[in-house]
Write a protein that binds this ligand. Structure first.
Ligand SMILES: [Zn+2]
Length: 400
């Protein structure tokens, strides 16, 4: 198959890297996981080398030459800045001292000699779910994804792009406080989160929430339950299995999680009014009868206005094990395409000015840039500012 250009997507996890490859037409050239050990516990040097091995692996599996790769998408667990600097306070997956404040995106870019586009793993999975659902219309749609795992990850996509925020902390859905009235049982104490808050979505809807908050409470209500005799961590992981088997206490625990996610989606409905709400994580990969019950509970607790219920949908994140790598690849391809649009947009404006010997006010030109940028489906603010500055300099040269 002829290949003009491709991007590689890498999902960096605590034990493995998962890689994939996406061509310029938006087709994934790998339909399965391509994994290598991530070596993150051994520090940055080893881990960067493992990411390079991951790139070589997907190229080897597909027979695509490295010269066809134009960019690499990378995701890691957080906390990290929006452009891939690991938190200076360390992070669960990045315990080695060398990781503190380490620029994993920059280091990989330097090593490969290629642009590397960074997202956290929740945002990458959210972007992948968005693209699978909306395809060619991705750029006109918005979505929210909540992915239940050890924590509660996910992200917000608007107009096809990840919302990162000023400090890289947008879309931290797990740490949004949710109303708890009618959720907590009688005498149940306020659930605490590792982030320091109480009563946020992750304090209920996560494996950590089960272990620290929900299971200890429910074991006081079901004093002779088998799970009471096990270490907390082990018991927490078994709750899903019990729920699949119809265990009353386990279902009460998952009902609280479903209410929490429904309330989180309700907040999203009023804040963002997205086209889609995606739900992902271990719970949706569970036995179908249990998954469907859980999903129905989430829907029942998501309060949408009539107009919103007609316009939006709630659905599952597909191919969750590959979503991080694939979302990373989508982000890299989108970035490349935006670079192309930017060049053409600037070229058109430049020609127009020179050909017409246009000496209009800078404000009119900036207005023109804003219109063109919006037509290309970008966020108007950032690019319009950058283009406007370039034009102002141009104008000064004309004037002198
Ligand atoms: Zn929190």
């Amino acid at each position: 198959m002829p290949v003009d250009w491709v991007v590689v997507g890498l999902d960096n996890g605590g034990t493995t890297n998962n890689g994939t490859i996406l061509d310029s037409g938006g087709r994934f050239l790998l339909d399965r996981m391509a994994e290598v050990p991530s070596d993150v516990r051994e520090g940055p040097d080893k881990a960067i080398q493992s990411l390079v091995v991951s790139v070589e692996q997907v190229l080897g599996l597909t027979g695509v030459p490295i010269t066809s790769v134009r960019a690499v998408g990378l995701d890691t667990p957080g906390p990290a800045s929006g452009d891939g600097v690991i938190s200076s306070k360390g992070a669960t997956n990045f315990g080695h001292a060398g990781w503190r404040g380490f620029d994993i995106r920059g280091a990989l870019a330097e090593r490969l000699g290629l642009p590397v586009i960074y997202n956290n793993d929740g945002n990458s999975a959210a972007l992948y779910a968005h693209h699978v659902r909306f395809g060619a219309e991705s750029g006109q749609r918005s979505s929210v994804a909540a992915i239940v795992g050890t924590g509660l990850g996910g992200g917000i996509i608007h107009a096809g792009q990840v919302i990162k925020g000023a400090a890289g902390m947008a879309g931290e859905l797990g740490h949004v406080p949710i109303p708890l009235d009618g959720l907590l049982g009688g005498g149940q104490s306020m659930p605490a989160c590792n982030c320091g808050q109480s009563g946020d979505a992750e304090s209920v809807a996560s494996l950590t929430g089960i272990q620290n908050n929900l299971l200890p409470y429910w074991l006081t209500r079901y004093r002779h339950h088998e799970l009471g005799g096990l270490p907390a961590g082990k018991a927490a992981k078994l709750v899903r299995k019990y729920a699949e088997d119809g265990d009353e206490m386990a279902l009460a625990i998952f009902r609280q999680q479903a209410i929490a996610i429904g309330r989180l989606f309700t907040i999203a409905a009023n804040f963002l009014d997205p086209d889609a709400y995606f739900l992902g994580g271990g719970v949706v990969e569970a036995a179908p009868h249990f998954r469907d019950w859980f999903f129905a509970e989430v829907r029942a607790n998501t309060v949408l206005r009539e107009e919103q219920a007609r316009a939006a949908e709630i659905s599952l994140v597909p191919d969750l094990d590959m979503a991080g790598a694939r979302g990373s690849a989508v982000a890299a391809r989108d970035w490349l395409i935006r670079q192309g649009h930017e060049v053409r947009t600037a070229g058109i404006l430049f020609l127009r000015r020179r050909d017409q010997h246009d000496h209009d006010e800078a404000s009119r030109l900036i207005a023109l840039v804003v219109v063109v940028v919006r037509a290309a489906g970008r966020k108007a603010g950032t690019l319009a500012r950058a283009d406007g500055m370039a034009l102002a300099g141009d104008r000064q040269r004309h004037g002198s």
